[in-house]
Design a protein around this ligand. Structure first.
Ligand SMILES: Cc1cc2nc3c(=O)[nH]c(=O)nc-3n(C[C@H](O)[C@H](O)[C@H](O)COP(=O)(O)OP(=O)(O)OC[C@H]3O[C@@H](n4cnc5c(N)ncnc54)[C@H](O)[C@@H]3O)c2cc1C
Length: 242
């Protein structure tokens, strides 16, 4: 179940909101509209073998060449990577400038030089594919740049606000579901004449877990409240959807 949620959320809440926020009319028509219709699968390409949490450390480079960019590098852990139609890709356009040298490009998956180097085998989430991708002189037109050049890190961090909140609310829901199933098992399972949930040592553990899930949920809801209040007042919206 978590794998299906992961695949769909990458499409709806991770790879595409930045297109809705910043896309030109042509980018919205070519990428966002078919993605929302379910006709194109989207992936978000940020993580690299040596840059996960440290997003500003990415090494995939896009060099300007006339009216095009030429991309070289690799990405890893890319959800939907083996089956996507396009990638919302974070690249370095100014490798010396750290966080201020990143940009977002929209890259059709069939572009020459782009391929899947490995489909990753995971211990769970099997209904969601995860891939390593390579970029070998991948040429895309400049009109596929999202927003302003070298502003990609800021756009990504803004997108992370809701993306990470979705992860936290779904983690709380999974925790709650696991606890409910465990309590049901504890009531059913009779050991030495009593259901195990009646054993004091287990009751302490259940109470500790229930407290953590409740606290996590309360904190997530508080953050959701804060972000929705701020977003309705100040989030920049696309010129095309306003
Ligand atoms: C199933 C799955 C799907 C994914 N899908 C995508 C996707 O679609 N697109 C994409 O771009 N990425 C994706 N990712 C990658 C994910 O975003 C990264 O795994 C994540 O950013 C962490 O990077 P890392 O694995 O390199 O860990 P690292 O950055 O190496 O971190 C390792 C550990 O160190 C801790 N750590 C890191 N920095 C610090 C610090 N400064 N202080 C203290 N602790 C620190 C981390 O919390 C972590 O516990 C996916 C990952 C998984 C597992």
């Amino acid at each position: 179940m978590a794998g299906v949620v992961m695949a769909l959320l990458v499409q709806s809440d991770m790879a595409t909101p930045v297109i809705a926020d910043l896309g030109t009319k042509e980018q919205i028509d070519e990428f966002l509209v078919p993605a929302m219709r379910g006709e194109k699968v989207a992936a978000l390409g940020v993580s690299e073998p040596a840059a996960g949490s440290d997003v500003a450390g990415i090494k995939t480079v896009a060099k300007r060449d006339g009216d095009d960019y030429i991309i070289n590098g690799s990405k890893t852990f890319i959800t939907n990577g083996t089956q996507c139609d396009f990638i919302t890709l974070l690249v370095k356009t100014n490798p010396e400038a750290g966080a201020h040298g990143c940009s977002f490009l929209l890259v059709p998956a069939k572009t020459k030089g782009l391929g899947v180097s490995k489909k990753l085998v995971k211990i769970g989430n099997h209904s969601s594919d995860t891939a390593e991708l390579y970029f070998d002189d991948v040429r895309v037109p400049r009109r596929y740049l999202l927003g302003e050049e070298n502003m990609g890190f800021m756009y990504l961090m803004q997108n992370f606000q809701s993306e990470r909140l979705i992860a936290s609310t779904s983690a709380c829901a999974s925790g709650k579901y696991a606890l409910e199933r465990t309590i049901a098992f504890g009531k059913d399972r009779i050991v030495m004449g009593k259901p195990i949930i009646k054993r004091e040592v287990w009751q302490h553990k259940f109470v500790d877990h229930a407290t953590m899930v409740e606290a996590g949920q309360a904190l997530s809801y508080k953050a959701v409240d804060a972000i929705t209040t701020r977003r309705t007042s100040s989030r920049p919206r696309s010129r095309w959807t306003r």
